[in-house]
Design a protein around this ligand. Structure first.
Ligand code: ADP
Length: 288
């Protein structure tokens, strides 16, 4: 974990980020009950420990289809922390046909956001379960999605860094429409081959399809919210509700902007470079 420790020490050694890390958000009275649902809300537990004494607590932001899940899960494996995607928690709840399922299906299939109460409840349950199993640190993907959620999170724990993945909107739509999931193994694939010429000052962008192996091919399904109409609605909702979250973390000096240069082969090494994690991966590969 040397590179991570270094990264965290750098972040902790002064400047806006460290001031922000020590800052506690004073929650509005109506936010307090939601905050209290988090397992680390009441007591000053491991998540208030100095960053260099615990695992990373990162957030991944970015529009639908940008690849938050792909890069967050790769980093979580590299750093040994759980990747917690609130979209997955919502889909698990939908699949469980529990009491919330019908209500959630209607909201999610229209591309709308689930209420803060429901999402915080699902996330808190997931964090509690992880804590009982000895998990420490996390990479959050898909949370927070509103400034209110960001404030509640800020009131209960310290976020070290927020990675904001960026990609042009026409590519995001193509990627969402090409997205497929294997109904048996649950893995994500993408049938879209993105090959966009550079124009109007924007660089060209090429992304190979991420094709499934033969045994998954016949079992591919499309998410109900990955139709063009719903994807455009989700992008609009992102711009309205989630863009301000970028500003929230920008002000705290925690936002790391990352323009994806292409597919995984080009983007992954560059992301590791900006995160100062290249030697971490080399070590992992050497000992694999
Ligand atoms: P996306 O591909 O749009 O990033 P996700 O898989 O993260 O989608 O989320 C799927 C859906 O789950 C969202 O459209 C929304 O309905 C719900 N959801 C996930 N996270 C949140 C959140 N933090 N707040 C509210 N709703 C959420």
């Amino acid at each position: 974990m040397a590179a991570v420790q270094r990264l965290l020490r750098t972040a902790a050694s002064g400047g806006a980020a460290s001031v922000a890390r020590r800052r506690m958000t004073a929650l509005a009275p109506e936010q307090a009950p939601l905050a209290a649902a988090f397992p680390f809300a009441v007591a000053e537990r491991s998540r208030r420990r100095p960053a260099e004494e615990r695992n990373v607590q990162w957030v991944f932001l970015g529009c639908p289809g940008v690849g938050k899940g792909t890069y967050a899960s790769r980093l979580s494996r590299l750093l040994g922390v759980p990747h917690i995607a609130t979209g997955d928690l919502v889909r698990d709840e939908l699949a469980s046909s529990g009491p919330l399922a019908v209500q959630l299906a209607e909201i999610v299939n229209q591309g709308k956001l689930v209420s803060d109460e429901i999402i915080i409840n699902l996330l808190s349950k997931r964090l509690k379960k992880g804590e009982e199993q000895g998990e420490s640190g996390f990479i959050l993907d898909g949370f927070p999605r509103t400034v209110k959620q960001a404030e509640i999170l800020d009131g209960v724990t310290d976020i070290d860094m927020v990675v904001n993945l960026k990609l042009r909107e026409d590519v995001l739509v193509e990627k969402c429409l090409g997205r497929r999931i294997c109904s048996q193994c649950g893995k994500n694939f993408n049938l879209a081959c993105i090959d966009v010429k550079g124009e109007n000052g924007l660089p060209p962008i090429y992304m190979e399809p991420l094709l499934p192996p033969n045994n998954c091919m016949a079992k591919l399904i499309t998410r109900a919210d990955d139709t063009e109409e719903v994807v455009r609605n989700r992008l609009q909702i992102y711009n309205d509700m989630s863009l301000p979250v970028e500003g929230f973390y920008q002000q705290q000096g925690k936002l790391l902007e990352f323009d994806l240069p292409g597919g995984i082969p080009e983007s992954w090494p560059k992301l590791l470079h900006v995160l100062n994690l290249e030697d971490q991966e080399e070590m992992k590969l050497a000992t694999a």
